[in-house]
Design a protein around this ligand. Structure first.
Ligand SMILES: Cc1ncc(COP(=O)(O)O)c(C=O)c1O
Length: 300
């Protein structure tokens, strides 16, 4: 029904820097899964939608910000699913015409509910929505960003699809759900998680919380210095880097997550951090639809 390109491509990248340090770099192209339901969004939503369908729910409710990749992906699914989709959007001052992302979501049939930031924080923590009135009786809840057990389980597939022995995997993190799923399925490889948030130190605990094997903690490294000012923030340096990645590396990256993670990886390559013959995988978690929002914001 969704016409997805799965398993997603694993592409080898060539660059003089890689030749210099004698390392191989492969990119797991989840950005190519689908133009709108791309990257880790599909991974985190897939099993949740299946669960809602199999358990016979008639509605799905989720939560997000006005430019969120999660909301964009949920809206695209709403456009082709038989379920009725609702989203609580942070910001009571907004409306379906506030930006192109909300406009599109609205057109795709996602029912948008605009709520204040304080109500949003309260509502997203409610576990039992059947108490919230008749309207929500038969509703399957997907937490913000798809961060639940089924979201983590969906992300286990990222590693399972990689049919190549490698040493290191780099990915970006916001909630840590994606990294948690990858870590669950990793064998002996190292997972390097680049926080897109300032003060992302909590992510380590968050990611380990989803693991049953406690020894997994030895396989992860949390990189906290590449947030470029914090979540949702971009600097001129990052914008220039994102631009140069297209021509130099043949990669289109999003500003908020994958550019930050790839920047960290390129810095480490420049510092000759990896032993010769290392094979590195970079996880492209998509999010390109969000770039338009950042560009619009910057040009205002
Ligand atoms: C493009 C992109 N990459 C990475 C992430 C971080 O994923 P997670 O919140 O699972 O850590 C997100 C947010 O979901 C995202 O939109």
């Amino acid at each position: 029904m969704f016409n997805l390109k799965l398993p997603s491509a694993l592409q080898k990248v060539d660059h003089p820097l890689l030749r210099k340090v004698d390392c191989e770099l492969w990119v797991k192209r989840d950005d190519l899964i689908h133009p709108e339901i791309s990257g880790n969004k599909w991974r985190k939503l897939a099993l949740n939608i299946k669960e809602a369908e199999q358990k016979g729910f008639s509605k799905v409710l989720t939560f997000g910000g006005a430019y969120s990749n999660h909301i964009a992906a949920t809206a695209a699914i709403a456009g082709i699913s038989n379920l009725e989709f609702h989203a609580m959007i942070r910001g009571e001052e907004l409306n379906p015409n506030s930006n192109y992302c909300l406009q599109k979501a609205n057109e795709q049939g996602l029912n948008l509910h605009f709520i204040s930031r304080s109500d949003y924080a309260e509502l997203k923590s409610i576990k039992d929505w059947s108490r919230m009135g008749e309207e929500w009786k038969d509703t399957y809840i997907i937490p913000e960003g798809g961060g639940n057990e089924l979201g983590v389980r969906g992300c286990e597939e990222i590693y399972n699809e990689i049919e190549l022995a490698f040493d290191h995997l780099y990915c970006a993190a916001g909630t840590g759900t994606t990294a948690a799923g990858i870590l669950r399925s990793l064998k002996g490889e190292k997972l390097h998680i680049v926080s897109a948030l300032k003060g992302g130190g909590f992510l380590k605990e968050e990611i380990l919380k989803w693991q049953t094997k406690k020894e997994k903690k030895h396989q992860i490294e949390l990189i906290e210095d590449y947030h470029f000012g914090g979540f949702g923030k971009v600097t001129e340096e990052l914008v220039d880097f994102q631009e140069s990645c297209k021509t130099e590396w043949g990669l289109e990256l999003d500003y908020l997550y994958t550019s930050k993670a790839f920047f960290a990886l390129v810095e480490l390559l420049k510092k000759e951090h990896f032993p010769a013959k290392s094979r590195i995988v970079f996880y492209h978690s998509g999010g390109l639809q969000g770039n338009r929002g950042i560009r619009e914001h910057k040009s205002q």
